[in-house]
Write a protein that binds this ligand. Structure first.
Ligand SMILES: [Mn+2]
Length: 386
C-alpha cells in the first residue's frame, strides 16, 4: 500500500521582455510543455495525487490562454482519477490586497483543492489504495516580515490518518536561502505528525529528512533565470507508504541556458570580439539554448563607441534561441564623466524654453504654449524647482 505523488512548480505564463515577441511566445510555450510532461507522467503512471506547492502561475494575472490550457490539463487529470491540490505561491498570490490567487478559479470550479488561508493549516482527507491520507497546506504569506516564521503558532489539529502530507511555499531553515527578505519556516514549527512536506519556492529539487519528517522541494520544471542554468530541471515523484517515503526527480525537457562571460577589452572593436565569442560558443552550446552574454570589467568611451547592442543581439538570436546581453556590471571609466553644463534654475530654464518657442509659434500654438507653461510652472513651483 502506497501513495504515488507527482509534485511540480510550474511558473506558467512568464514574461520575457528581453526576447523578441515571437521567441517570447515560444519560450512561454516551453513552460506548458514541461508542465504537461508532469501531467502525462501522472496519468501514465497512475499517480494518486498531483501536488502544486505554489507558483503554478508566474504572475497573479495570467493570460486567458494560460488559464484555459491549465483548466484542460486539470480536466485530463480528473478524468484519470488524479486528485489535485495546491497552495498559492510567491508569484501567484496578490501581495497588496487580499485578492484571490488565480488558483481560486480552479478551486471554485472543483478542478483542484486550494488551501489559501493564512491563519491556520488547512487539510482534507483522501482514501488511496487502502490508506487514509491527509493532505494540507500553508501557502506563501506576503504580509510577513523577513525572517518571520509563517508556521509558528498556526492552529492545526492532528489528523486521523495513515499518512500526513503538508504542502507549503516557503523557505525552510536548513535549506539554501532564496532571498534575505523571505519569511523562514523553522522545521520545529512544522507539526510533528507531518510525515511529508512537499514544498515550493526554492527552484532546485532538494530532499532532506528532519526527525521523522521528509521534506522535499519539488523544483521547477523549467529554468526561470540564468542562476538556474546548472540545475537539473524536472518534477518530483514520491512513493509514500506507512513506513517508507521514496523521493526522486524525473527530468523534463527544459531548455538549456548558458552564460558566456566576456571581459571587455581595453581597446579594439567590442562588437567584433563578441560576435567571435558567439561563433565559438556555437560549437559547444546547443543551438536551442538561451545564452547570456555577460560583459565584465571596465569600458572606456572609445571601446563603447564600438559596442553595437542591436547588431550583437540580432546576430545572437540567429545562432541561438535567444541571447541576453547583460552589461549591468560593466564599469564605465575615463572620459565617460558627464560634460560640465551650466544650468539655470529649473524655473528659469523653463521660462527660457517657453520664450524661445513662443517667438516662432503661430497664434493657436501660442495659446497652447501659454497653457503648458502655466501648468509646468505651477508644478515646478510646487516641487520647489526655483
Ligand atoms: Mn517560484
Amino acid at each position: 500500500m502506497s501513495v504515488r505523488i507527482v509534485g511540480v512548480e510550474a511558473h506558467l505564463d512568464p514574461y520575457f521582455s528581453w526576447l523578441p515577441p515571437s521567441r517570447a511566445s515560444d519560450r512561454r510555450a516551453d513552460f506548458f510543455r514541461v508542465f504537461e510532461e508532469a501531467v502525462e507522467y501522472a496519468v501514465r503512471e497512475g499517480a494518486h495525487l498531483f501536488l502544486l506547492p505554489g507558483d503554478v502561475f508566474d504572475r497573479v494575472n495570467p493570460r486567458n490562454a494560460a488559464l484555459a490550457r491549465f483548466a484542460s490539463d486539470l480536466v485530463r487529470l480528473r478524468e484519470r482519477g488524479v486528485r489535485v491540490f495546491a497552495v498559492p505561491g510567491h508569484h501567484d498570490r496578490p501581495k497588496y490586497a487580499r485578492d484571490p490567487s488565480p488558483l481560486r478559479i480552479f478551486h471554485e470550479a472543483g478542478l483542484l483543492k486550494l488551501f489559501d488561508r493564512l491563519d491556520r493549516i488547512e487539510g482534507d482527507y483522501v482514501e488511496v489504495d487502502g490508506l487514509r491520507v491527509w493532505v494540507g497546506g500553508v501557502g506563501y504569506n506576503p504580509y510577513l516580515e523577513p525572517g518571520q516564521d509563517p508556521m509558528a503558532g498556526l492552529p492545526s489539529s492532528e489528523p486521523d490518518a495513515d499518512l500526513a502530507v503538508l504542502m507549503t511555499h516557503n523557505t525552510i531553515r536548513g535549506f539554501p536561502a532564496y532571498s534575505p527578505g523571505d519569511p523562514v519556516v523553522d522545521p520545529a514549527s512544522i507539526p510533528r505528525w507531518v510525515d511529508l512536506v512537499v514544498a515550493g519556492h526554492l527552484h532546485q529539487h532538494l530532499v532532506r529528512r528532519v526527525g521523522g519528517t521528509t521534506i522535499c522541494y519539488v523544483g521547477t520544471a523549467e529554468r526561470l533565470s540564468f542562476a538556474e542554468e546548472d540545475q537539473d530541471k524536472g518534477f518530483t515523484v514520491i512513493e509514500a507508504g506507512r513506513d517508507e517515503i521514496r523521493v526522486e526527480q524525473v527530468r523534463t525537457s527544459a531548455r538549456p541556458m548558458k552564460t558566456l562571460r566576456v571581459p571587455v577589452p581595453e581597446e579594439g572593436d567590442l562588437t567584433e570580439l563578441i560576435l567571435g565569442e558567439l561563433e565559438r560558443a556555437a560549437q559547444a552550446t546547443p543551438r536551442d539554448a538561451l545564452v547570456r552574454l555577460k560583459l565584465e570589467g571596465a569600458m572606456t568611451l572609445e571601446v563603447h563607441s564600438t559596442y553595437r547592442r542591436s547588431e550583437i543581439v540580432r546576430a545572437g538570436n540567429r545562432i541561438f534561441f535567444g541571447v541576453n546581453l547583460d552589461d549591468g556590471d560593466v564599469e564605465y571609466v575615463g572620459s565617460f564623466e558627464a560634460p560640465h553644463v551650466e544650468l539655470e534654475t529649473p524655473l528659469k530654464e523653463l521660462e527660457r524654453v517657453y520664450r524661445e518657442r513662443l517667438s516662432s509659434a503661430d497664434e493657436e500654438e501660442q495659446a497652447i504654449l501659454e497653457e503648458a507653461y502655466r501648468r509646468a510652472r505651477e508644478a515646478l513651483e510646487e516641487a520647489g524647482g526655483w
